[in-house]
Design a protein around this ligand. Structure first.
Ligand code: URA
Length: 246
């Protein structure tokens, strides 16, 4: 693929802007030895498989589809047009937000949403099929939440969360796939569906109240321990298998 086309596909602007970046010497391509080589020819051809390049001092892998994990900090919103707090999308470099539209998805999108005060693991991608698969209740991808509650937990609350509780708008009970108290005021809850404010509403249904909520795992993949709040990283093929295969 031509270098100009590679940059365009990865969100660096129009084809003209990408050609300009290359011709002005802002782009380097990594060779087989892992050495960055300057390239000012916008039409230079590269094999994209495992291709890496550098734009204005920042390294990028070529990725036909982008899959990321973000450690969502508190006081951020998962919306592109937030109402009160900054959008999580401001935590990402702009090429990831402006990758050209594919199958109705422009740039990476959050796979589901977390509340503004919820922290932890959020996946983002520009793969519409992946978003659909992960969001579909039929796929039952387990999500693990670490929950801090206001009132001391007891056996009765845990067993009700496991047996199923009725949430106001839906007569069908929702149940936790797993639930264990990990402290007097802390529990670990696994859900396989993602209804609006589900954890908060489930705890309210057992007369408790969520004081802190953190998502620690999706499918078989845990939030990487070295990913500080606000940081993101690319997901590998092995990560994606862990997520979907759990
Ligand atoms: N359940 C909630 O109540 N809030 C979240 O952010 C995620 C799950």
């Amino acid at each position: 693929m031509q270098l100009q086309e590679i940059l365009y596909s990865q969100g660096f602007g129009t084809r003209r802007v990408c050609a300009g970046l290359i011709q002005q010497g802002h782009v380097q391509a990594y060779d087989a030895e892992g050495v960055a080589q300057a390239c000012t020819d916008a039409a230079a051809e590269f094999e994209v498989n495992a291709f890496r390049f550098r734009v204005q001092g920042v390294d990028w892998p070529y990725a036909e589809r982008a899959y990321l994990v973000l450690n969502k900090p508190t006081a951020t919103e998962c919306s592109q047009k937030p109402s009160t707090y900054p959008s999580i999308y401001t935590l990402l470099p702009s090429p990831l937000r402006t990758r050209p539209q594919k199958a109705a998805v422009q740039g990476v999108q959050a796979v589901g949403r977390l509340d503004q005060d919820t922290t932890g693991m959020l996946l983002l991608t520009d793969d519409g099929k992946f978003i659909h698969r992960m969001s579909s209740p039929r796929h039952h991808v387990p999500k693990v939440y670490e929950v801090r509650v206001k009132h001391a937990l007891d056996e009765r609350q845990i067993s009700r969360l496991l047996e199923g509780v009725v949430l106001d708008d839906d007569p069908k009970p929702v149940r936790a796939a797993a639930c264990e108290a990990v402290g007097e005021f802390e529990l670990r809850l696994t859900l396989t569906e993602g209804k609006y404010h589900q954890v908060k509403r489930m705890l309210a249904a057992v007369s408790n109240r969520v004081e802190g909520l953190h998502r620690s795992q999706i499918g078989g993949l845990s939030l990487p321990a070295d990913l500080a709040p606000g940081q993101w990283r690319w997901l590998s093929a092995a990560d994606l298998t862990s997520i979907a295969g759990a």
